[in-house]
Design a protein around this ligand. Structure first.
Ligand code: ADP
Length: 413
Protein backbone atom coordinates (compact mmCIF):
# COMPACT_ATOMS: atom_id res chain seq x y z
CA UNK A 1 0.00 0.00 0.00
CA UNK A 2 1.31 3.47 -0.88
CA UNK A 3 1.76 5.72 2.10
CA UNK A 4 0.12 9.04 1.34
CA UNK A 5 1.56 11.92 3.32
CA UNK A 6 -0.93 13.47 5.73
CA UNK A 7 -2.56 16.63 4.27
CA UNK A 8 -0.91 19.80 5.59
CA UNK A 9 -2.89 21.94 7.97
CA UNK A 10 -3.47 25.62 7.18
CA UNK A 11 -0.98 26.45 9.93
CA UNK A 12 1.64 24.14 8.41
CA UNK A 13 1.11 25.62 4.92
CA UNK A 14 1.48 29.11 6.36
CA UNK A 15 4.65 28.09 8.24
CA UNK A 16 6.20 26.70 5.05
CA UNK A 17 5.25 29.71 2.94
CA UNK A 18 7.76 32.24 1.59
CA UNK A 19 5.94 35.01 3.46
CA UNK A 20 6.73 33.25 6.72
CA UNK A 21 10.36 32.82 5.72
CA UNK A 22 10.58 36.60 5.19
CA UNK A 23 8.92 37.24 8.55
CA UNK A 24 11.35 34.84 10.23
CA UNK A 25 14.20 36.73 8.62
CA UNK A 26 12.97 39.94 10.21
CA UNK A 27 13.60 40.50 13.92
CA UNK A 28 11.94 37.79 15.97
CA UNK A 29 10.29 40.18 18.34
CA UNK A 30 8.95 43.57 17.53
CA UNK A 31 11.53 46.31 17.88
CA UNK A 32 10.85 48.45 20.93
CA UNK A 33 13.36 51.28 20.62
CA UNK A 34 12.68 53.61 17.67
CA UNK A 35 15.58 55.88 16.78
CA UNK A 36 18.19 53.39 17.94
CA UNK A 37 16.90 50.72 15.60
CA UNK A 38 18.34 50.48 12.05
CA UNK A 39 14.82 49.60 10.85
CA UNK A 40 13.64 53.05 11.89
CA UNK A 41 16.25 54.67 9.67
CA UNK A 42 15.58 52.30 6.77
CA UNK A 43 11.91 53.33 6.90
CA UNK A 44 12.83 57.03 7.12
CA UNK A 45 15.11 56.69 4.07
CA UNK A 46 12.46 54.83 2.02
CA UNK A 47 9.87 57.47 2.99
CA UNK A 48 12.24 60.28 1.99
CA UNK A 49 13.05 58.70 -1.39
CA UNK A 50 9.38 58.04 -2.13
CA UNK A 51 8.45 61.62 -1.13
CA UNK A 52 11.10 62.90 -3.49
CA UNK A 53 9.69 60.81 -6.32
CA UNK A 54 6.17 61.83 -5.37
CA UNK A 55 6.98 65.53 -5.67
CA UNK A 56 9.60 65.19 -8.38
CA UNK A 57 7.41 66.77 -11.09
CA UNK A 58 6.91 69.95 -9.01
CA UNK A 59 10.46 70.57 -7.78
CA UNK A 60 13.61 71.91 -9.31
CA UNK A 61 14.24 68.27 -10.16
CA UNK A 62 11.45 68.55 -12.67
CA UNK A 63 13.65 67.18 -15.39
CA UNK A 64 14.09 63.86 -13.63
CA UNK A 65 10.70 64.25 -12.03
CA UNK A 66 8.92 64.47 -15.32
CA UNK A 67 10.25 61.01 -16.11
CA UNK A 68 8.53 59.60 -13.01
CA UNK A 69 5.42 61.66 -13.46
CA UNK A 70 5.08 60.51 -17.03
CA UNK A 71 5.86 56.90 -16.22
CA UNK A 72 3.54 56.64 -13.17
CA UNK A 73 0.47 58.63 -12.40
CA UNK A 74 0.60 59.99 -8.83
CA UNK A 75 -1.95 57.36 -7.63
CA UNK A 76 0.59 54.71 -8.52
CA UNK A 77 3.28 56.70 -6.71
CA UNK A 78 1.21 56.58 -3.58
CA UNK A 79 0.99 52.79 -3.85
CA UNK A 80 4.76 52.63 -3.37
CA UNK A 81 4.20 54.00 0.15
CA UNK A 82 2.80 50.58 1.04
CA UNK A 83 6.43 49.38 1.23
CA UNK A 84 7.47 51.46 4.30
CA UNK A 85 4.07 50.92 5.92
CA UNK A 86 4.29 47.10 5.68
CA UNK A 87 7.94 47.27 6.74
CA UNK A 88 6.91 49.30 9.81
CA UNK A 89 4.13 46.83 10.57
CA UNK A 90 6.65 43.97 10.51
CA UNK A 91 9.19 45.67 12.73
CA UNK A 92 7.25 48.10 14.95
CA UNK A 93 3.77 46.57 14.61
CA UNK A 94 0.65 48.75 15.08
CA UNK A 95 2.70 51.54 16.67
CA UNK A 96 4.91 51.66 13.57
CA UNK A 97 1.94 51.58 11.18
CA UNK A 98 0.26 54.52 12.92
CA UNK A 99 3.37 56.72 12.89
CA UNK A 100 4.24 55.86 9.26
CA UNK A 101 0.62 56.47 8.18
CA UNK A 102 0.71 59.85 9.92
CA UNK A 103 3.96 60.62 8.12
CA UNK A 104 2.35 59.60 4.82
CA UNK A 105 -0.58 61.87 5.55
CA UNK A 106 1.87 64.74 6.03
CA UNK A 107 3.52 63.80 2.72
CA UNK A 108 0.33 63.63 0.63
CA UNK A 109 -1.50 66.66 2.03
CA UNK A 110 0.65 69.42 0.42
CA UNK A 111 0.09 67.70 -2.93
CA UNK A 112 -3.48 69.06 -2.90
CA UNK A 113 -2.00 72.54 -3.66
CA UNK A 114 -0.63 71.29 -6.96
CA UNK A 115 -3.56 69.11 -7.88
CA UNK A 116 -5.54 69.95 -10.99
CA UNK A 117 -8.54 67.94 -9.67
CA UNK A 118 -11.71 69.50 -8.19
CA UNK A 119 -11.75 67.45 -5.02
CA UNK A 120 -8.07 66.75 -4.37
CA UNK A 121 -8.29 65.70 -0.65
CA UNK A 122 -10.59 62.70 -0.88
CA UNK A 123 -8.40 60.28 -2.81
CA UNK A 124 -5.17 60.73 -0.80
CA UNK A 125 -7.08 60.59 2.48
CA UNK A 126 -8.89 57.41 1.47
CA UNK A 127 -5.57 55.94 0.39
CA UNK A 128 -3.86 56.74 3.69
CA UNK A 129 -6.79 55.19 5.56
CA UNK A 130 -6.58 52.10 3.40
CA UNK A 131 -2.84 51.55 3.86
CA UNK A 132 -3.11 52.21 7.60
CA UNK A 133 -5.81 49.58 7.82
CA UNK A 134 -3.78 47.11 5.76
CA UNK A 135 -0.64 47.73 7.81
CA UNK A 136 -2.51 47.35 11.11
CA UNK A 137 -4.02 44.08 9.88
CA UNK A 138 -0.58 42.74 8.94
CA UNK A 139 0.81 43.82 12.32
CA UNK A 140 -1.99 42.04 14.19
CA UNK A 141 -1.54 38.91 12.09
CA UNK A 142 2.18 38.76 12.75
CA UNK A 143 1.59 39.41 16.43
CA UNK A 144 -0.71 36.42 16.49
CA UNK A 145 1.66 34.17 14.57
CA UNK A 146 4.46 35.18 16.91
CA UNK A 147 2.35 34.54 20.00
CA UNK A 148 1.38 31.10 18.72
CA UNK A 149 4.99 30.33 17.88
CA UNK A 150 6.05 31.41 21.38
CA UNK A 151 3.34 29.29 23.00
CA UNK A 152 4.44 26.35 20.87
CA UNK A 153 8.06 26.81 21.92
CA UNK A 154 7.05 27.08 25.59
CA UNK A 155 4.96 23.92 25.21
CA UNK A 156 7.94 22.15 23.69
CA UNK A 157 10.17 23.18 26.57
CA UNK A 158 7.51 22.08 29.07
CA UNK A 159 7.20 18.78 27.22
CA UNK A 160 10.95 18.25 27.34
CA UNK A 161 11.05 19.09 31.03
CA UNK A 162 8.21 16.65 31.66
CA UNK A 163 10.00 13.91 29.72
CA UNK A 164 13.16 14.46 31.78
CA UNK A 165 11.10 14.40 34.95
CA UNK A 166 9.35 11.15 33.93
CA UNK A 167 12.72 9.62 33.06
CA UNK A 168 14.09 10.62 36.46
CA UNK A 169 11.02 9.18 38.13
CA UNK A 170 11.52 5.91 36.27
CA UNK A 171 15.16 5.75 37.34
CA UNK A 172 14.21 6.45 40.97
CA UNK A 173 11.51 3.82 40.80
CA UNK A 174 13.98 1.28 39.43
CA UNK A 175 16.41 2.07 42.26
CA UNK A 176 13.57 1.64 44.73
CA UNK A 177 12.59 -1.70 43.21
CA UNK A 178 16.23 -2.77 43.34
CA UNK A 179 16.42 -1.83 47.02
CA UNK A 180 13.16 -3.66 47.69
CA UNK A 181 14.50 -6.70 45.86
CA UNK A 182 17.60 -6.74 48.06
CA UNK A 183 15.45 -6.59 51.19
CA UNK A 184 13.25 -9.41 49.90
CA UNK A 185 16.35 -11.40 49.03
CA UNK A 186 17.57 -11.12 52.64
CA UNK A 187 14.18 -12.18 53.96
CA UNK A 188 14.06 -14.98 51.43
CA UNK A 189 17.48 -16.30 52.39
CA UNK A 190 16.41 -16.41 56.06
CA UNK A 191 13.12 -18.13 55.14
CA UNK A 192 14.85 -20.68 52.91
CA UNK A 193 17.30 -21.54 55.67
CA UNK A 194 14.42 -21.96 58.10
CA UNK A 195 12.18 -23.88 55.66
CA UNK A 196 14.89 -26.36 54.70
CA UNK A 197 16.47 -26.65 58.11
CA UNK A 198 13.32 -28.03 59.77
CA UNK A 199 12.81 -31.07 57.52
CA UNK A 200 16.56 -31.69 57.52
CA UNK A 201 16.58 -31.68 61.33
CA UNK A 202 13.75 -34.25 61.22
CA UNK A 203 15.72 -36.45 58.83
CA UNK A 204 18.77 -36.19 61.10
CA UNK A 205 16.81 -37.24 64.18
CA UNK A 206 15.31 -40.27 62.41
CA UNK A 207 18.69 -41.26 60.98
CA UNK A 208 20.24 -41.14 64.45
CA UNK A 209 17.31 -43.09 65.89
CA UNK A 210 17.61 -45.75 63.20
CA UNK A 211 21.35 -46.01 63.72
CA UNK A 212 20.92 -46.31 67.51
CA UNK A 213 18.28 -49.00 67.24
CA UNK A 214 20.26 -50.90 64.62
CA UNK A 215 23.33 -50.80 66.88
CA UNK A 216 21.35 -52.09 69.87
CA UNK A 217 19.58 -54.68 67.72
CA UNK A 218 16.23 -53.42 68.92
CA UNK A 219 14.87 -52.28 65.57
CA UNK A 220 11.54 -53.71 64.50
CA UNK A 221 10.58 -53.86 60.84
CA UNK A 222 7.39 -51.69 61.22
CA UNK A 223 9.27 -49.13 63.25
CA UNK A 224 12.02 -48.93 60.63
CA UNK A 225 9.44 -48.52 57.86
CA UNK A 226 7.66 -45.79 59.81
CA UNK A 227 10.89 -43.88 60.37
CA UNK A 228 11.88 -44.27 56.73
CA UNK A 229 8.45 -43.05 55.56
CA UNK A 230 8.77 -39.97 57.82
CA UNK A 231 12.25 -39.32 56.44
CA UNK A 232 10.91 -39.69 52.91
CA UNK A 233 8.14 -37.20 53.59
CA UNK A 234 10.63 -34.67 55.02
CA UNK A 235 13.01 -35.12 52.10
CA UNK A 236 10.15 -34.68 49.58
CA UNK A 237 9.18 -31.52 51.43
CA UNK A 238 12.72 -30.21 50.92
CA UNK A 239 12.59 -31.20 47.27
CA UNK A 240 9.20 -29.45 46.87
CA UNK A 241 10.58 -26.26 48.41
CA UNK A 242 13.59 -26.34 46.12
CA UNK A 243 11.46 -27.05 43.03
CA UNK A 244 9.17 -24.13 43.84
CA UNK A 245 12.16 -21.91 44.48
CA UNK A 246 13.64 -22.82 41.13
CA UNK A 247 10.30 -22.00 39.45
CA UNK A 248 10.17 -18.73 41.28
CA UNK A 249 13.73 -17.79 40.44
CA UNK A 250 13.57 -18.98 36.83
CA UNK A 251 14.24 -15.91 34.75
CA UNK A 252 14.35 -17.65 31.39
CA UNK A 253 12.01 -16.12 28.84
CA UNK A 254 8.94 -18.29 28.18
CA UNK A 255 8.96 -20.44 25.02
CA UNK A 256 6.10 -18.69 23.31
CA UNK A 257 3.71 -20.41 20.90
CA UNK A 258 -0.04 -20.13 20.28
CA UNK A 259 -1.72 -21.99 23.15
CA UNK A 260 -5.34 -23.00 23.58
CA UNK A 261 -6.09 -21.90 27.13
CA UNK A 262 -9.04 -24.34 27.43
CA UNK A 263 -6.64 -27.19 26.74
CA UNK A 264 -4.33 -25.97 29.51
CA UNK A 265 -7.28 -25.87 31.94
CA UNK A 266 -8.39 -29.39 30.94
CA UNK A 267 -4.92 -30.77 31.58
CA UNK A 268 -4.70 -29.05 34.95
CA UNK A 269 -8.11 -30.37 35.96
CA UNK A 270 -7.07 -33.89 34.96
CA UNK A 271 -4.17 -33.58 37.39
CA UNK A 272 -5.97 -31.99 40.34
CA UNK A 273 -9.32 -33.78 39.81
CA UNK A 274 -8.46 -36.58 42.23
CA UNK A 275 -7.55 -34.17 45.02
CA UNK A 276 -10.78 -32.21 44.42
CA UNK A 277 -12.78 -35.42 44.66
CA UNK A 278 -11.08 -36.37 47.94
CA UNK A 279 -12.00 -32.97 49.39
CA UNK A 280 -15.56 -33.09 48.16
CA UNK A 281 -15.02 -30.22 45.74
CA UNK A 282 -17.31 -30.04 42.72
CA UNK A 283 -15.60 -28.82 39.55
CA UNK A 284 -17.60 -26.58 37.21
CA UNK A 285 -16.21 -25.88 33.72
CA UNK A 286 -17.44 -22.71 32.03
CA UNK A 287 -14.98 -22.85 29.16
CA UNK A 288 -15.84 -20.68 26.19
CA UNK A 289 -14.91 -22.80 23.12
CA UNK A 290 -14.47 -19.74 20.88
CA UNK A 291 -11.87 -18.09 23.12
CA UNK A 292 -8.82 -17.10 21.00
CA UNK A 293 -5.42 -18.64 21.58
CA UNK A 294 -2.76 -16.87 23.63
CA UNK A 295 0.93 -16.57 22.89
CA UNK A 296 2.40 -18.44 25.84
CA UNK A 297 4.60 -21.16 27.23
CA UNK A 298 2.26 -24.16 27.67
CA UNK A 299 4.12 -25.67 30.63
CA UNK A 300 4.39 -22.39 32.48
CA UNK A 301 0.67 -21.68 32.03
CA UNK A 302 -0.06 -25.16 33.31
CA UNK A 303 2.00 -24.31 36.39
CA UNK A 304 0.02 -21.07 36.87
CA UNK A 305 -3.37 -22.77 36.84
CA UNK A 306 -2.18 -25.78 38.87
CA UNK A 307 -1.06 -23.44 41.66
CA UNK A 308 -4.29 -21.43 41.54
CA UNK A 309 -6.60 -24.47 41.49
CA UNK A 310 -4.64 -26.22 44.25
CA UNK A 311 -4.91 -23.12 46.42
CA UNK A 312 -8.63 -22.96 45.67
CA UNK A 313 -9.16 -26.62 46.53
CA UNK A 314 -7.14 -26.28 49.73
CA UNK A 315 -9.24 -23.26 50.70
CA UNK A 316 -12.39 -25.46 50.61
CA UNK A 317 -11.54 -27.88 53.42
CA UNK A 318 -15.24 -28.68 53.95
CA UNK A 319 -15.97 -29.07 50.25
CA UNK A 320 -17.39 -26.53 47.83
CA UNK A 321 -17.48 -25.50 44.21
CA UNK A 322 -14.47 -24.74 42.00
CA UNK A 323 -15.39 -22.89 38.80
CA UNK A 324 -12.98 -22.43 35.92
CA UNK A 325 -14.21 -19.84 33.46
CA UNK A 326 -12.64 -18.63 30.21
CA UNK A 327 -13.82 -15.55 28.32
CA UNK A 328 -12.59 -12.86 25.96
CA UNK A 329 -12.97 -9.07 26.22
CA UNK A 330 -11.11 -6.17 24.57
CA UNK A 331 -8.51 -8.41 22.96
CA UNK A 332 -7.75 -10.05 26.33
CA UNK A 333 -8.30 -13.68 27.23
CA UNK A 334 -9.57 -13.94 30.80
CA UNK A 335 -9.42 -17.00 33.02
CA UNK A 336 -11.26 -17.00 36.36
CA UNK A 337 -10.42 -19.54 39.03
CA UNK A 338 -13.29 -19.17 41.47
CA UNK A 339 -13.79 -21.03 44.72
CA UNK A 340 -16.33 -20.99 47.53
CA UNK A 341 -13.66 -21.41 50.18
CA UNK A 342 -12.58 -19.54 53.29
CA UNK A 343 -11.55 -16.36 51.42
CA UNK A 344 -8.57 -14.11 52.10
CA UNK A 345 -8.70 -11.38 54.79
CA UNK A 346 -8.13 -7.84 53.43
CA UNK A 347 -4.83 -7.43 55.29
CA UNK A 348 -3.47 -10.56 53.57
CA UNK A 349 -4.50 -9.60 50.03
CA UNK A 350 -1.54 -7.23 49.65
CA UNK A 351 0.85 -9.92 50.90
CA UNK A 352 -0.18 -12.35 48.15
CA UNK A 353 2.74 -13.00 45.88
CA UNK A 354 5.32 -12.19 48.56
CA UNK A 355 7.70 -15.15 48.69
CA UNK A 356 7.07 -17.43 51.69
CA UNK A 357 3.85 -15.75 52.69
CA UNK A 358 1.60 -18.59 53.82
CA UNK A 359 -1.24 -19.07 56.27
CA UNK A 360 -1.20 -22.82 55.88
CA UNK A 361 -0.03 -25.04 58.69
CA UNK A 362 3.55 -26.21 58.79
CA UNK A 363 4.29 -28.83 56.21
CA UNK A 364 1.37 -27.87 53.99
CA UNK A 365 2.30 -24.46 52.69
CA UNK A 366 5.59 -23.06 51.45
CA UNK A 367 4.28 -19.68 50.33
CA UNK A 368 5.69 -19.71 46.83
CA UNK A 369 2.64 -20.74 44.77
CA UNK A 370 1.19 -17.27 44.16
CA UNK A 371 4.67 -15.73 43.77
CA UNK A 372 5.36 -18.22 40.97
CA UNK A 373 1.99 -17.34 39.37
CA UNK A 374 2.75 -13.61 39.46
CA UNK A 375 6.25 -14.14 38.04
CA UNK A 376 5.09 -16.28 35.11
CA UNK A 377 2.12 -14.07 34.20
CA UNK A 378 4.30 -10.95 34.38
CA UNK A 379 6.80 -12.56 32.00
CA UNK A 380 3.88 -13.19 29.63
CA UNK A 381 2.99 -9.47 29.89
CA UNK A 382 -0.30 -10.44 31.48
CA UNK A 383 -2.05 -9.45 34.70
CA UNK A 384 -3.34 -11.28 37.78
CA UNK A 385 -6.11 -9.87 39.96
CA UNK A 386 -7.53 -11.45 43.10
CA UNK A 387 -10.92 -10.68 44.57
CA UNK A 388 -11.88 -12.29 47.81
CA UNK A 389 -14.43 -12.15 50.58
CA UNK A 390 -13.84 -13.93 53.87
CA UNK A 391 -16.28 -16.83 54.27
CA UNK A 392 -17.58 -16.56 50.71
CA UNK A 393 -14.65 -17.39 48.47
CA UNK A 394 -11.95 -16.14 46.15
CA UNK A 395 -11.71 -15.42 42.44
CA UNK A 396 -8.27 -15.19 40.87
CA UNK A 397 -8.31 -13.76 37.36
CA UNK A 398 -5.49 -14.13 34.86
CA UNK A 399 -5.59 -11.83 31.80
CA UNK A 400 -3.43 -12.56 28.77
CA UNK A 401 -3.27 -10.85 25.38
CA UNK A 402 -5.24 -12.73 22.70
CA UNK A 403 -3.26 -14.08 19.76
CA UNK A 404 -4.65 -13.11 16.37
CA UNK A 405 -4.51 -16.34 14.36
CA UNK A 406 -5.09 -14.67 10.99
CA UNK A 407 -2.62 -11.84 11.40
CA UNK A 408 -0.08 -13.96 13.27
CA UNK A 409 0.32 -11.40 16.02
CA UNK A 410 -0.70 -11.11 19.60
CA UNK A 411 -2.32 -8.14 21.25
CA UNK A 412 -0.41 -8.08 24.50
CA UNK A 413 0.25 -4.68 26.00
P1 ADP B 1 1.04 -21.72 49.91
O1 ADP B 1 -0.10 -22.32 49.14
O2 ADP B 1 2.22 -22.57 49.96
O3 ADP B 1 0.61 -21.18 51.24
P2 ADP B 1 0.76 -19.61 48.06
O4 ADP B 1 1.69 -18.54 47.60
O5 ADP B 1 0.17 -20.45 47.02
O6 ADP B 1 1.53 -20.42 49.09
O7 ADP B 1 -0.41 -18.93 48.86
C1 ADP B 1 -0.13 -17.99 49.87
C2 ADP B 1 -1.31 -17.79 50.79
O8 ADP B 1 -2.34 -17.14 50.07
C3 ADP B 1 -1.95 -19.06 51.26
O9 ADP B 1 -1.30 -19.56 52.40
C4 ADP B 1 -3.35 -18.65 51.57
O10 ADP B 1 -3.45 -18.03 52.84
C5 ADP B 1 -3.61 -17.54 50.56
N1 ADP B 1 -4.42 -18.03 49.43
C6 ADP B 1 -4.02 -18.21 48.17
N2 ADP B 1 -5.05 -18.62 47.40
C7 ADP B 1 -6.13 -18.68 48.18
C8 ADP B 1 -7.51 -19.04 48.00
N3 ADP B 1 -7.99 -19.41 46.82
N4 ADP B 1 -8.34 -18.97 49.07
C9 ADP B 1 -7.89 -18.59 50.28
N5 ADP B 1 -6.59 -18.25 50.53
C10 ADP B 1 -5.74 -18.29 49.51
Amino acid sequence: MIDHPAPKSTWQRWKDSTAMKIIEWLPENQVSSGVRSPHFWIIVVIMAVLTLIYYAGHTPLAQIGSFFTDAFPHDLHRTLFLIPIIYASLTFRVRGVLSTSFLLLCVVLPRTFFSPYADPLVRPLLFVLFVAFLGALTARLIDRVEREEKARAELNIAHQELSTYVQQLKENQEQLIQAEKLTSLGQMAASIAHEINNPLAGVLIYTKLLAKKLAGDTLKKEEALDHLSKMESEVSRCSRIIRNLLDFARQTEPMLRPVDINQVIEQVLAMVGHQAELQNVEIVRELNPSVPKVMADFDQLQQVFTNLTLNAIQAMSKGGKLTLRTSVANGQVKVDVQDTGCGIPKENLSKLGTPFFTTKEKGKGVGLGVAVVYGIVERHKGKVTVQSEVGKGTTSTVCLGAYDDKQGQDTRG
